[in-house]
Ligand binder design. Structure first.
Ligand code: ADP
Ligand code: MG
Length: 728
């Protein structure tokens, strides 16, 4: 009998929900463990407060004197809350968050000790980080990277540690993390968008990018997860026959949340409140044991930090509730996968959402300007946007038979499609007074009304306009949002920059009025961006064919998708917008492509082990039982035995066939892996893993899943899908 599986099942069946205390109003808990404006006002001198606030809003430098005051205040605040350690908290390119704790405690001689935390320790640290991926930038035994304080994301307390959000860069200034390029992209979009805003409102000084992510995940029992070596090693199941009941009935979606899961969520949400993560909604998702959590949107850098922090906290809280969170994009074959929709918009410091229609024709022209420029940016950079969300695990969603597809397109709804159509007909050059009035009254002026009944939301589109924001839906659930947000903000920044140049040229050279010039440029953009606009069903062959005709990319695998990241066009874009140097861009590409190979390598090894060392021996054991049974029947019935052993004989043969099939495929996979491992060129190696090794996964799985249906349930070593998904 399979011990681990049944032990895990009995553990799961005996679980009691873990009680949670939830007796404080959330608004009172919110930000309690964050060194936010309230605590800063309380603990900082006026000078220091002004210094930090100006660093946050204007990006000004914080001098050493102020830094000393801030660190000392942070320490006092943290000590008052029982904190003993501090850490620079950063996001290296592993995708996870990293920290190295140091105690405030220091000896000062004479047997005495104090708590100390100085400006220098706040501003800069040198973690022993030589083993984080760096894509060859930082020669590991030559120089180390260092972390530097990012005052735009407030310090927070987690457990008994003061965490200081930081960027991670090499001594020569190259970015080694996710946050540095993101901050540069946010700066770029601020600059470009602010300049464009000046056409409409001279008072705009700053534009911030907002992000509201929606995190999907699976919650499964800890013991059941631990009973599956594939889940432990790869975050997903590599084998497993679909259960008789899956998600056909749609009875989980928005259904009532099971108590154990609900208690987990309540505790998680309390933790989030303390950490200032404004989580707001929770609900069941489509698949059994799949859930979603979403916050109120925030400034993008902060939102990215909060999502990374959340993923970390989720794992810890889940463990206390005897769960394991699966963030993988496709943990179970045949069952809905998980994504992380990135809702994105731009807002001015005057309080205007630039992607929300306004009340007057002029504010609507501003809306249309940003709306159309975003579409144009996506149109011109669709392949790069696809690359920003490429990963081995997201390949199971994009391009597999599930929405959204690997083809990037933009959905805007019927009403806005109509508006664009009308704008496309705007006269070339100067507009007659009649045309201007007509545009104001009947096109630009009508937007708020039409949007209200814009209900035909297309859930299959990878990039959809949803009323006052764009929703980038193709982002994977494991992703660090910084990657897609860096690219999206960069391409929009570049687009807005070009737009400004074109409009200014028309005003100066062609003597057009400002609004005429804007209408003229937008008209051309609409014409050029038709390729990317698509309102139909976002997956299936018909769209693939159509997209191909339009010349849209359809990169289904990560090695294909990533290529554009090092294309000349991309390198130039990043250099022009000051996001990354060529060296940084290439280093990042190397890291991502190597990570892809490593993930597939691990999966291949794990699968070989499971199939060869768990499933084949079990199948043989069961086959032996059958053989014994047939021998017995022969003893009893003599030459008539076949009549009684017919099914058993067939099963014995079938099991043999699958075992043979498995052995052959495992051997072939191993041979391909060995070949691939010898390839020096990292790009070719990734392609070999993708095209030569990965195809065996399905073939091996096929035999395993067939055997699962044949072998006595009592003997089967791996916890089954129905048990993982339906045991509560
Ligand atoms: P759904 O997409 O499930 O219908 P909502 O549209 O209510 O959900 O919102 C999803 C997410 O979008 C939330 O995190 C919300 O805070 C965020 N969001 C709402 N408005 C904006 C905005 N202007 N900019 C960025 N994110 C936004
Ligand atoms: Mg959504």
């Amino acid at each position: 009998m399979s011990k681990i599986r049944f032990k895990a099942l009995s553990e799961t069946l005996n679980r009691k929900p873990i009680e949670v205390n939830e007796n404080t109003k959330r608004s009172l808990l919110f930000g309690e463990n964050v060194f936010n404006e309230t605590s800063m006002r309380q603990y900082l001198t006026k000078d220091a407060y002004v210094g930090v606030m100006s660093a946050i809003s204007k990006g000004t430098k914080i001098d050493r004197k102020i830094a000393n005051q801030v660190s000392s205040a942070m320490k006092e605040w943290a000590l008052s809350k029982g904190v003993t350690h501090y850490t620079h908290w950063f996001q290296p390119l592993t995708g996870a968050t990293a920290e190295k704790h140091d105690a405030f405690f220091e000896t000062i001689g004479g047997g005495l000790a104090i708590e100390k935390f100085e400006g220098g320790q706040l501003v800069q640290q040198e973690p022993d980080a030589s083993s984080f991926p760096n894509g060859g930038i930082r020669n590991t035994f030559e120089a180390r990277g260092y972390t530097a304080w990012d005052p735009t994301s407030p310090a927070f307390i987690y457990g008994t540690t003061l965490c200081i959000p930081t960027i991670f860069i090499s001594y020569t200034g190259e970015a080694l993390d996710y946050k540095t390029p993101l901050l540069r992209a946010l700066h770029a979009v601020d600059k470009a968008a602010t300049n464009v805003c000046k056409y409409f409102d001279k008072n705009v000084r700053k534009v911030t990018s907002s992000l509201g992510w929606e995190q999907e995940y699976f919650l499964i029992d800890k013991a059941l997860a631990a009973s599956r070596p594939d889940i432990i090693l790869t975050g997903r199941t590599l084998v497993g026959h679909s259960p008789a009941k899956g998600q056909q009935l749609d009875d989980h979606y928005f259904g009532s949340i099971p108590t154990r899961a609900l208690n987990f969520m309540r505790e998680l949400e309390t933790e989030c409140m303390l950490l200032g993560i404004p989580v707001k909604t929770r609900h069941n998702e489509v698949a059994p044991n799949q859930f979603e959590l979403a916050p109120i949107y925030e400034e993008s850098n902060l939102a990215v930090d909060h999502n990374s922090l959340l993923m970390d906290v989720m794992g810890k809280v889940a463990s206390r509730h005897n769960f394991k969170v699966l963030f993988h994009e496709k943990p179970f074959a045949g069952i809905n996968g998980s994504g992380k929709h990135n809702n994105w918009s731009l807002a001015t410091d005057t309080g205007i959402n630039l992607l929300g229609p306004g009340k007057t024709p002029m504010s609507n022209l501003q809306f249309l300007t940003f709306f159309i420029n975003t579409i144009k940016a996506v149109n011109d950079n669709e392949e790069l946007l696809r690359a920003s969300i490429a990963s081995a695990s997201n390949d199971h969603r994009l391009g597999a038979n599930e929405a959204p597809p690997a083809i990037i397109s933009v959905f805007i709804g019927a009403q806005l499609t109509k508006v664009l159509k009308e704008l496309e007909g705007v006269t070339n050059g100067k507009l007659s007074p009649e045309e201007k009035t007509d545009l104001k009254l009947n096109v630009v002026g009508k937007i708020p009304d039409v949007l209200l009944d814009n209900t035909d939301r297309n859930r299959t589109s990878p990039f959809a306009f949803t009323g006052n924001k764009f929703e980038f839906r193709a982002v994977g659930s494991t992703a660090n949002c910084a990657n897609p947000m860096t690219i999206l903000n960069t391409i929009v920044a570049k687009q807005l920059k070009d737009f400004k140049v074109e409009v200014d040229a028309l005003i100066e050279n062609n003597d057009l009025k400002k609004d005429e010039a804007i209408f003229n440029v937008l008209r051309e953009y609409i014409k050029k961006s038709k390729t990317i606009l698509f309102e139909g069903n976002g997956y299936g062959e018909a769209w693939e064919k159509e997209a191909k005709k339009r010349g849209l990319s359809n990169n289904k695998t990560t090695p294909e998708a990533l290529k554009v990241k090092v294309a000349d066009k991309t390198i130039q874009l990043f250099e022009e917008m000051k996001i990354m140097s060529k060296v940084e861009t290439e280093a990042r590409y190397e890291i991502e492509i190597e990570e892809y190979t490593l993930r597939l390598q691990i999966e291949s090894r794990a699968l070989g082990d499971i199939a060869g060392n768990h499933i084949v021996p079990t199948a043989i054991r069961y086959q032996n039982l059958l053989i014994k049974n047939v021998k017995g029947l022969k003893e009893i019935f003599g030459k008539d035995f076949k009549k009684h052993a017919d099914e058993q004989l067939k099963l014995i043969t079938k099991i043999s066939e699958h075992i043979e099939g498995l052995h052959a495929k495992i051997d072939d996979m191993l041979a391909e892996r060995k070949k691939a491992n010898k390839i020096e060129n990292i790009e070719k190696k990734a392609v070999a893993y993708c095209n030569k090794v990965k195809p065996y996964f399905e073939e091996i799985r096929y035999h395993c899943d067939k055997l699962e249906l044949m072998v006595d349930d009592e003997l089967w070593p791996l916890t089954k899908y129905r048990e993982i998904l339906f045991t509560r």
